[in-house]
Design a protein around this ligand. Structure first.
Ligand code: NAD
Length: 499
């Protein structure tokens, strides 16, 4: 059995806690590796080492730091097939989807090549007589990222790129479900010229997360994962005086107006609802057709498309639309929620239970499932399912549909499908959700914009990637400088006006 490691000070380091977690191949159900779970002592030692290394890295000029990112981009492109294969083997998503996972992370590293420009600061010449004033953006020191299983390349890259190019040392605690790609990325950073100790990968579970939360050297934490853990990390991290941003779960609504192109809407829903087995924080999990005629037409278009979806292992390449769920526990939870939907009175339009694939009987597969006539009190509506299950919530009017999305506890992503500009504009303006698609089902912003949800999907005041990341990973220092000339005055006992 393969034993994975941590990555500390530029080397693979075996775990010493004696605790391990199993890493599965979700397509076969087999355990393919075990990953060490770090103790508080292991985490603290890695942080102490990072703190020493950060002093030199923080003082390295930003252009030299950016050149490491430039080379990192080249190396990720060189190894993208290898990264995608390792990602699919542990996560279960298809190879094209795994490449997308790497690609959307890579785009943030490309953005980080512009760090010297983003870190330039502000300058006021002649703020007063002989007085200049300037603000610098300085690194925080040692910062940490805690990331989820569902994007094991993209989200670590979203964190490590900005944190490191701002001059910080970065401690990554990736998901224990699929830790291999984060380790490979750390190796590539070293090959790109990053000094040892500036990117450490510490594998672990709650013990290492708590050690991060309580370590006084760690200045900032970026978390992505489920909402209960996001709330916990935000609360404890802030109480300990750290800068914290946490991105949580989601329940993304797509409103389908009667004037929408129904084929386009159905195609969009199938991709956004079932892609990556629904294990995306930006997946559409609730379709909200406006009017019964729209709902009936939509369901009629959806059923044949859903029944044609091909579910299977990543080794089948591009022939498969989506793969298994990440663990047996995830599969059981999704099946339980489907059962609750039936019990609570929703109409099961496509039943994905009982899905089985010859040769992969022990894999964590769930077939695509569609519910109609869902109501807001049902568990399948209240909870984030994080599986290949799409719920249809019928609305009589646009205002009712808008109200459903606005009243939901989550506010990550949403979409509207319509041909009417007024409605689209009204929706974009009024909706209390962080990322909005107009005839775009998964509106993930590009690297130079920022990514973040509202309500229970995001905690903290800055988003991920884009310019916000450079604010999150730096702090501002403002210098007021005067170089007096001529006769020196005596002491001053009042604030001087800048006249
Ligand atoms: P998770 O919350 O179970 O785990 C996320 C991280 O927290 C992992 O590194 C895990 O080891 C750690 N963790 C888990 N339990 C913990 C505990 N009790 N104490 C301390 N740390 C703990 O999430 P997941 O299942 O890996 O990922 C899926 C979730 O992430 C979904 O809810 C999804 O919507 C969300 N997500 C959100 C975004 C976003 O940007 N909003 C992006 C991707 C995923």
């Amino acid at each position: 059995m393969q034993e994975l490691s941590h990555w500390i000070d530029g080397k693979h380091v075996k775990g010493t806690s004696g605790r391990f977690a199993d890493v599965f191949n979700p397509a076969t159900g087999e355990v393919q590796a075990r990953v060490p779970l770090a103790s508080k002592a292991e985490l603290d030692a890695a942080v102490a080492s990072s703190a020493k290394a950060q002093v030199t890295w923080g003082a390295t000029n930003p252009q030299k730091r950016a050149r490491v990112m430039m080379e990192f981009v080249r190396l990720i492109n060189r190894d993208i097939d290898k990264l995608a294969e390792a990602l699919s083997r542990e996560h279960g998503k298809t190879i094209p989807d795994a490449k997308g996972d790497v690609q959307r992370g890579l785009e943030v590293i490309e953005f980080c090549i512009g760090a010297p420009h983003l870190l330039k600061g502000d300058y006021t010449d002649g703020a007063g007589p002989g007085i200049d004033m300037y603000s610098m953006r300085q690194p925080l020191g040692v910062v940490a990222g805690i990331t989820p299983f569902n994007f094991p390349a993209m989200i670590p890259l979203w964190k490590m790129g900005p944190a490191i190019s701002c001059g910080n040392a970065f401690i990554l605690k990736p998901s224990e479900r699929d830790p291999s790609v984060p380790l490979m990325l750390a190796e590539l950073l070293q090959e790109a010229g990053l000094p040892d100790g500036i990117c450490q990968v510490i594998n672990g579970d709650k013990e290492s997360v708590d050690a991060i939360l309580d370590n006084p050297t760690i200045q900032a934490i970026g978390f992505v994962g489920s909402t209960p853990i996001a709330e916990y990390i935000y609360g404890r991290g802030c109480t300990n005086g750290k800068r914290v941003q946490c991105f949580g779960g989601a329940k993304n609504h797509m409103i389908i107006m009667p004037d929408a192109d129904m084929d386009q809407a159905a195609d969009a829903l199938v991709g956004a609802g079932y892609g990556a087995a629904g294990e995306r924080c930006m997946a559409i999990s609730v379709a909200v057709p406006v009017g019964d005629a729209t709902a009936d037409a939509l369901i009629a278009k959806l059923i044949p498309r859903i029944e044609k979806l091909k579910v299977g292992p990543y080794t089948a390449g591009a022939d498969v639309d989506y793969g298994p769920l990440v663990t047996a526990a995830a599969k059981e939870r999704v099946l339980g929620l489907i059962g609750s939907g039936i019990e609570q009175g929703a109409t099961l339009a496509v039943d994905g239970r009982g899905f089985s694939l010859q040769g992969y009987e022990n894999g964590f597969f769930v077939g695509p499932t569609l519910f109609d006539n869902v109501t807001t009190d049902m568990d399948i509506y209240q909870q984030e399912i994080f599986g290949p299950v799409l719920s249809t919530l019928r609305a009589k009017t646009y205002e009712e549909a808008l109200g459903y999305a606005m009243d939901n506890q989550y506010g990550n992503g949403t979409a509207i499908f319509t041909r009417d500009g007024d409605t689209a504009r009204d929706f974009a303006s009024r909706i209390n959700v962080g990322m909005v698609g107009i005839n775009v089902p998964i509106p993930v912003p590009l690297a130079y914009h920022t990514f973040g949800g509202w309500k229970k999907s995001g905690f903290g005041d800055l988003n991920q990637h884009g310019p916000d990341a450079f604010r999150f990973y730096t702090r501002t220092k403002t210098v007021t400088a005067r170089w007096p000339s001529g006769l020196k005055e005596g002491g001053e006992f009042h604030f001087k006006q800048m006249d």
